[in-house]
Ligand binder design. Structure first.
Ligand SMILES: [Zn+2]
Length: 427
């Protein structure tokens, strides 16, 4: 997701000056303005009944509403890395399309409040997120969002902020983030160094003095490292900006149960990955999919809009099925050696599957021509086109007795096989 070049001397200089600034900075929590007490307006009522206690029942939320979440990276006039860039013109056109399609852009916090049953949202919504903390998000993206009056969320990896070990001249600064915070922009966590969080993967460590080493961490050393990525990054954002962080975007969508548990224990309310699908009232909060928008794949955006535009407003119930129950191959969280894996899942335990309803999607490829054997319940697909990313998300849907069933899982592809992305610096 990131393509950056290293400029180490500059990094050193910035690091030194940042150390000093760290000491002097004393972030203060933002005062939270209390919401007006319910029932206040009834105080002046002339009837005796006016003193009856204010209603404290939760608002009834529309459980059929749906939200799609978009993930953007850099905004540049000249696209060099289509995977993570978009032109301002194309971005603005997409924001307009949401408006034209009658899709309301809501804030991430409103989405979560709706999931908690505390706040209603319109039937068809979108949430806009920007990943990785690029200067162009502040300078170019934000003004466009202001024009539309759209709220949005920034997912920041702390070492990628200007002055951090991965934050160069194109990186956003802490001052810019503070400005955004002051103007209501939601700022959330995206680790410290933006790497695969699962144990046993190659990790780049930047030692004091800027020296980088690649290593495989295991045991206590891994735990210490991953703790800083998941928990330390949250604390740093909270302290540095005086905010509450409750969302965690997983780099490359690579995670497993252990990482999820760390995140839950750290107080994250929601975890985000990068495969898109409409978010419903019952979608699991620890694996919320986002549509990553790429310059050379405008169809991803169009399809996402269509997805909720033509939907029946969530009237079709979706039953989530665990990947484990389907004995998937590769398993959820597994790392495979080949970029051409065989993908299998067994639907025999799910119930009567309607013929022709089985659909298999792979991140990076979309719908693939999987085969389904009604006798054995086995769905299989042999990948024929090398998977490019170091992780692949599979979404399997089918209809069973009039109900839609859905399973999703993510497996890794060993670095080298997929030409995996190592963290490099924002140049
Ligand atoms: Zn990222």
């Amino acid at each position: 997701m990131m393509i950056r070049l290293a400029i180490l001397p500059l990094l050193l200089a910035l690091n030194l000056s940042m150390c000093k600034r760290n000491e002097s900075a004393s972030p203060k929590p933002q005062p939270v303005s209390p919401s007006p007490a319910a029932g206040e307006t009834a105080a002046g009522g002339s009837h005796a009944t006016a003193v009856s206690p204010a209603k404290i029942s939760k608002p009834v939320v529309d459980q059929t509403a749906q939200t799609i979440i978009f993930c953007y990276h850099r905004l540049v006039d000249k696209i060099r890395y289509p995977g993570t860039e978009i032109t301002p013109v194309a971005f603005e056109a997409e924001m307009q399309q949401l408006k034209d399609a009658g899709i309301t852009v809501i804030s991430m916090q409103d989405l979560l409040a709706w999931k908690r049953g505390e706040k209603n949202i319109p039937p068809r919504c979108a949430v806009i997120t920007f990943d990785d903390g690029w200067k162009s998000q502040y300078e170019v993206g934000w003004p466009i969002m202001k024009k539309f009056g759209y709220p949005f969320t920034m997912f920041i990896y702390t070492e990628g902020v200007r002055g951090g070990s991965l934050g160069g001249g194109e990186a956003i600064t802490w001052e810019q983030l503070a400005d955004m915070r002051d103007n209501g922009v939601d700022i959330q966590a995206h680790t410290a160094t933006h790497q695969d969080l699962r144990e046993g993967h190659n990790i780049m460590l930047a030692a004091v003095g800027g020296k980088r080493t690649r290593t495989k961490l295991t045991g206590p050393q891994y735990e210490e490292w991953v703790q800083n990525e998941v928990v330390g990054s949250k604390q740093l954002l909270e302290q540095r900006l005086g905010i509450k962080v409750n969302c965690f975007a997983v780099p490359f969508g690579n995670y497993n149960e252990h990482v999820k548990e760390l995140a839950r224990n750290a107080g994250y309310e929601a975890m985000f990955t990068v495969y898109g699908q409409p978010i419903t009232f019952t979608s699991a909060l620890d694996s919320i999919g986002r549509y990553a928008i790429e310059a050379n794949k405008p169809k991803v955006f169009a399809d996402a809009v269509k997805m909720i535009g033509t939907s029946t407003g969530g009237a079709t119930a979706v039953a989530e099925v665990g990947a484990k129950d389907l004995a998937t191959q590769p398993a959820d969280g597994e790392t495979v050696r080949s970029a051409l894996p065989l993908i299998r899942a067994n639907l025999s335990g799910v119930g009567q599957i309607e013929p022709g309803s089985v659909q298999l999607r792979l991140s990076g490829l979309g719908i693939v021509p999987a085969s389904y054997d009604p006798k054995t319940g086995m769905v299989s697909y042999q990948v024929t086109q090398k998977l490019r990313d170091t992780s692949c998300t599979v979404i399997l849907t089918a209809k069973s007795e009039g109900k839609k069933v859905e399973a999703h899982w993510t497996f890794g592809i060993e670095e080298g096989a997929a030409g995996g992305a190592a963290p490099t610096r924002k140049k």
